[in-house]
Every structure is written in C-alpha cells, then in structure tokens.
Design a protein around this ligand. Structure first.
Ligand SMILES: Cc1cc2nc3c(=O)[nH]c(=O)nc-3n(C[C@H](O)[C@H](O)[C@H](O)COP(=O)(O)O)c2cc1C
Length: 442
C-alpha cells in the first residue's frame, strides 16, 4: 500500500518526508519536482516568506543513479527562514516566557490544538499546522505524477475564482432559480440554461478543459493560475483591496486527471472508493472547505435526465471524443483500446460507483480566506486568563489560492497513484507495465 508521512515545522530546519511502497525502476526528474515546488510558492497575494524560500528537493534515500530502488524514498526540503528563527525554534534552548502566544486565531488550529495537547504556547501548534507542510505534499504528488506519466496519465489544475471574481460561481443559484421557476415559486428563469458542451465533456462552464493547449498556456502565464485572462484583473483588484484593508481572500480551485484507466477504486467497500479517497486527500489540505467531484453541488439542482452522462461507443476508434475514451479490459470483444466507450458530458467527474470510468477525473474545491489577518478584526480570548483580546497578527499570505491549486493537483495525483498501484501493483515498473498491458490489452 502506497503511503507517505511528513514531519517538520514551518520555521524549523526543514521538512522531512517518507514515501513507502513506491515501485523500483522509476526515472526521477528532479526538475519536474522543483518546478511544482516553485509553483506552490508563487502566485499573486503571497506573503514575504516566499521571497526568503526557494524550495528544492534533496533526496536522502530510495533513489540511486536517477532511478527509484524500491526502498522507502525519503527527502528533505530546507527552510531557509530557520536562520531567522534559530533561537526560538532550537530543540533544547528554553522558550522565553514573553515570546509565548496565548491568543488563538479564529479559523486556525491554535485553539483546539493547544487545548488538546495541553500546550501553553500556541507556537507549538501553529508551527506544525501551518501550510508549510504542503511543500512535502507537492513533492509527493510530483513523484506520483512522474510514475503515472509512464501510463499516459496527466494532471492539471487551475484557480476558477477568487473572492467570487472569476468563472461564474453563481451557476448554482442560477440553476436553483430555474428550478424555482419550474416549480412556480419564482417568476423568471435565467435566460441561459445549459452551458455549451466542451470537448472535455463539460456541462458547466466552470468545468474548463484544462488540457486544451490555449487554456494550459493561459494558466501558465497567469499570476493567479486562472484559465481565462479576462477574470484576472477583477480577482487581482479584490486581492489588492483585501491587502489594503488588512483582510484576506479565498477562492475556488479545480484539478483534473486525464488518461486514468477504467476501474481504479471499487464499489465493494466504503473505504475502497476512489471519490472517497480523493475527498480525504483534498479535504486534508489546510483551508480547503469543500470537495466536489464533477458537477458536485450543482447535481442537486439537475434532473436525472440532465445529470447523468450518457454512454456511447465507437467501434473504429474515431469517436468525436477520442481523448476521452477509456482504456478498457479485454473481457469481451468490445473491450479494447483503440475504439471504445465515451461520454459527451462530464457531470460524474469521471467516477461512478467509486470507480474511475475512463473519463477525465474532475475535482473542484473551495478554499476559505486565510485566517491570519493583518488588522485586528477578529475577537479572541487569552487562553490563560480568559481576557478578551483581538486575534494576533503574524506575517501571512493575503491569498494563497494559486499555491493551493498545486497542492490540490498533488493530492489528486497521490490518490490516483494509490489506486493505480493497488490495481496493477508490482514491485518494479516493468512488472507493473506487464500487469497494465494485460488489463488494457492493446
Ligand atoms: C498554500 C497555503 C498557504 C497558506 N498560507 C497561510 C498563511 O500565510 N497564513 C494563515 O494563517 N493560513 C494560511 N493557510 C491556511 C491555514 O494553514 C489553515 O487555514 C489552518 O491550518 C487551519 O486549517 P483549516 O483551515 O483546514 O481548518 C494556507 C493554506 C494553504 C493551502
């Protein structure tokens, strides 16, 4: 079973990560991993910390001569900022009473974390609960992506909106109104009912095809990782406003996986379901507050006839949706690669019954605004005295949604890799390739 563990504090010496049960013989591309780490550090609205750090992966074990050996992979990511925190973060120097923090920030792990562990200094909680830990997760996701590339599986992610500026997040309310109109409880329905179908099988415009070359370029060129340049100005203006006001911003993120074979995950047990695993991976990211697969919340407003993705088959492999076709086993003559089943819409987000169905896997999630504010808006109390206080200020991001989109993509990559290895498992790449080829039977 593929698994990973992370350790390390935000201002400690660095982050240590162990990936266990990763197959041997996978060629590791350090530049690919470091580029993902760079992207996690970038984005309009980030704080001063990112100017100090230049994250780089340093492998400690499990990789030799550029190839994984099958032994546990461990790696280190240095915190350059440690030099500024040496005294306060030293393993043995006594902690100065006056440096201790007793006022928990609403929205952070401070309150429950210090009560749970019986700690009299909130720093012991915030150092570990900080999203600095996501650098480890991005590196793990990048290693998983490198492996999955061997099987034609690709990943992409983007920011859909920030503070409501961006792709029409109000589609839900539009649909709700439409339903109300049909029920006679609302006078006028919105004029536009359905979004045009895109070549990724999207029913909703929020389901942008991130694998389209123009959109991919847009995301790459955008400081906010947004797919459509026309949204960027409004979103940046919102971040600027939040900065001026000492406030913070959240947003909507999407991540997708393409080329995933049919049948990863299972319907047979609750904890074997691919969508459940992805949800846990993504929800465990700091500040992520919702996870949707495919149409997600919007499904609640659709009729069954609108929601479910009809199934089509093309015998000669010339379907109008070639890229979408699943890799299918050789159980019957129909089940072959080079002609196959496909859908025209993607409301299921590529998962039915807890299993991948061969379509693009699509996840959307909401990130809440950063809980550390630069102005004392939020009330709190001193945990020692019960005295009313304002939440403390600490150097922080105004908006980290673009960075979080890379973390979400990485979490998705880990979940897909976990189930891929479960299905095609073997100790080395060559063995896994044989298993995979046997299943998809070219
Ligand atoms: C990439 C990224 C960067 C973040 N940066 C900050 C930050 O600078 N300041 C802050 O207070 N929270 C930041 N957060 C969010 C907190 O880590 C998070 O809200 C906190 O750990 C509590 O967890 P919860 O929001 O999941 O309940 C960031 C989150 C992510 C994903």
């Amino acid at each position: 079973m593929l698994r990973f563990l992370t350790a390390g504090e935000s201002h400690g010496k660095g982050l240590v990560t162990i990936i266990d049960n990763f197959p041997a013989g996978v060629k590791i591309n350090e530049d690919f991993i470091n580029e993902k780490l760079r992207l996690r550090q970038s984005g309009y609205g980030r704080g001063a910390r990112q100017k100090i750090e230049t994250d780089k992966i340093e492998f400690l074990s499990g990789v030799r001569g550029g190839l994984t050996t099958g032994s546990p992979i461990s790696f280190f990511i240095k915190n350059k900022d440690y030099e500024n925190w040496r005294d306060r973060m030293d393993a043995f120097k006594p902690v100065q009473e006056e440096s201790k923090i007793h006022t928990p920030r609403p929205g952070h792990a401070d309150f429950a974390g210090s009560i749970k562990f019986g700690l009299d200094d909130i720093r012991n909680v915030l150092e570990r609960s900080s999203a600095r830990e996501t650098a480890s997760r991005v590196a793990v996701g990048a290693v998983c992506q490198i492996f999955l590339k061997n099987f034609g599986i690709e990943f992409a992610s983007a920011v859909l909106s920030i503070g409501g500026a961006g792709i029409d997040a109000a589609q839900i309310s539009a649909l709700g109104k439409e339903r109300q109109a049909e029920n006679g409880s609302e006078e006028k329905a919105p004029s536009e009912k359905k979004m045009p179908e895109s070549n990724c099988g999207a029913f909703f415009s929020s389901d942008a095809n991130l694998f389209d070359e123009t959109i991919r370029q847009n995301i790459e060129n955008s400081e906010l990782r947004m797919p459509y340049p026309e949204h960027e100005e409004k979103a940046k203006a919102f971040i600027d406003k939040m900065k001026t006001e000492g406030d913070t911003a959240g947003g909507l993120i999407t991540a997708k996986a393409k080329g995933v074979p049919v049948g990863l995950g299972s319907f047979t047990q609750w904890d074997e379901k691919l969508d459940a695993h992805i949800s846990m991976s993504v929800m465990s990211i700091q500040a992520i507050k919702s996870v949707e697969i495919g149409a997600g919340v919007k499904s609640a407003y659709l009729k069954g006839s609108e929601c479910h993705d009809s199934i089509y088959y093309n015998d000669n492999g010339d379907s109008d949706n070639k890229e979408q076709r699943g890799l299918i086993s050789n159980q019957t003559p129909l089940f072959k690669v080079g002609g196959g089943f496909y859908r025209k819409t993607g409301n299921a987000g590529g998962i039915e019954g807890g299993m991948s169905n061969g379509e693009i896997i699509s996840v959307t999630c909401a990130m809440k605004p950063i809980p550390t504010l630069m102005k004392p808006y939020l009330d709190t109390v001193d945990l020692n005295t019960g005295e009313a206080k304002k939440a403390f200020l600490e150097r922080s991001d105004v908006c980290a949604v673009p960075a979080a989109s890379i973390v979400v993509e990485s979490a998705l990559a880990f979940s897909i890799c976990y189930f891929f290895l479960k299905k095609f498992g073997g100790d080395g790449l060559a063995e896994i390739k044989r298993n995979y080829d046997g299943y998809v039977k070219k």
